[in-house]
Write a protein that binds this ligand. Structure first.
Ligand code: SF4
Length: 322
């Protein structure tokens, strides 16, 4: 295989890379494989290696491998499950919560998670995003926290990423910058391309990085290196997981995840119930089971390693505890 390949966009090449001796693809997954999914397949080579090295490869594979289950309609599973569209303030700015704004900075990600809550989101062209954000912040001076989301904001090239951050930093009313990303576990190399800037930012904002890790085997020495450097630079590191059937819906996995995150300097923050995007119903875990899991891990972990179990309800002014 060509060593410069960083990302697989063809399922056949991805499966070839996993190899003939790979045992993580169950007969059920093989039978349900959707070779031409509407929500395109995309998986980094780095994540493929994590899958190969995992003791539970099926669980990681379920996060990225398209399934014909995604074609099934389920009641209540819709295109805009968290009310992004009614919260739109411009092409790329959403405001759901008081004095905080979220920037949909790009449609690109290091992976296409099969449970993605924005899988049906109508992403706009973000070429002029820095000036759009700057103009909006000029007249919305009560905004004190700006959240960079997407897509994955760290997939922006160094130039556009710096322009966006500089445009935000120009507004003294913004005191906190929060970045939501899966890149430390999907494309750590792409995080490192921003390192000079990421190191500088804590001198200008309170900086919070919320990583999205769902399984302990997604963390390795490369994610540890990224987190160590960010922490050393003054970033607050939090994790947000989604509770996913067949991936992390057992107490042992959740306990290991919290402990491994903490070993890498990251605090477990939220365990999210699944957002009801169209095509993801097969990942649903009941609220009753979710509460049971939290009760189980609470007996195994110190309180600071037990994430808050929440759901996002469209139109609500905060996340809703379950
Ligand atoms: S990284 Fe986030 S936005 Fe990108 S596909 Fe995964 S869930 Fe969706």
């Amino acid at each position: 295989m060509d060593n410069s390949v960083k990302t697989f966009t063809h399922i056949s090449e991805f499966l070839d890379y996993l190899g003939n001796d790979f045992t993580g693809l169950t007969s059920e997954m093989r039978a349900n494989l959707d070779q031409e999914p509407t929500f395109a397949f995309n998986c980094s080579k780095h994540y493929a290696d994590l899958i190969k090295n995992s003791a539970e490869p099926v669980k990681l594979l379920r996060e990225v491998l398209p399934s014909t289950d995604e074609l099934k309609d389920a009641p209540g599973f819709v295109d805009d499950p968290v009310g992004d569209l009614p919260a739109g303030k411009s092409e790329c700015i959403l405001q759901k919560y008081e004095n905080r704004a979220l920037i949909v900075s790009t449609s690109a990600c290091g992976v296409r998670c099969r449970f993605c809550f924005r899988r049906n989101y109508p992403f706009q062209d973000t070429q002029n995003i820095a000036s759009e954000v700057s103009n909006w912040l000029d007249v919305h001076t009560s905004i004190w926290e700006v959240i960079l989301s997407g897509g994955d904001p760290l997939t922006l090239g160094p130039g556009p990423f710096r322009d966006l951050v500089e445009a935000i930093a120009f507004h003294p009313s913004v005191t906190t910058l929060r970045i939501h990303t899966r890149l430390p576990i999907m494309r750590p190399d792409l995080v490192m391309q921003h390192f000079e800037l990421l190191r500088e930012l804590p001198a200008r904002f309170n900086c919070v990085l919320v990583v999205h890790v769902n399984h302990p085997d997604e963390l390795d020495e490369e994610s540890a290196a990224v987190f160590a450097q960010l922490k050393f630079s003054g970033w607050t590191l939090l994790n947000q997981s989604v509770l996913l059937k067949g991936v992390n819906d057992d107490a042992e996995t959740l306990e290991r995840l919290s402990r491994r995150l903490f070993e890498q300097g990251v605090l477990p923050y939220y365990l999210h119930q699944l957002d009801h995007a169209k095509g993801v119903a097969h990942f649903e875990v009941s609220d009753e089971r979710a509460r049971e899991l939290i009760a189980q891990i609470r007996t195994k972990l110190p309180g600071y390693l037990v994430p808050k179990l929440v759901r996002e309800i469209a139109g609500e002014k905060s996340k809703t505890p379950i």
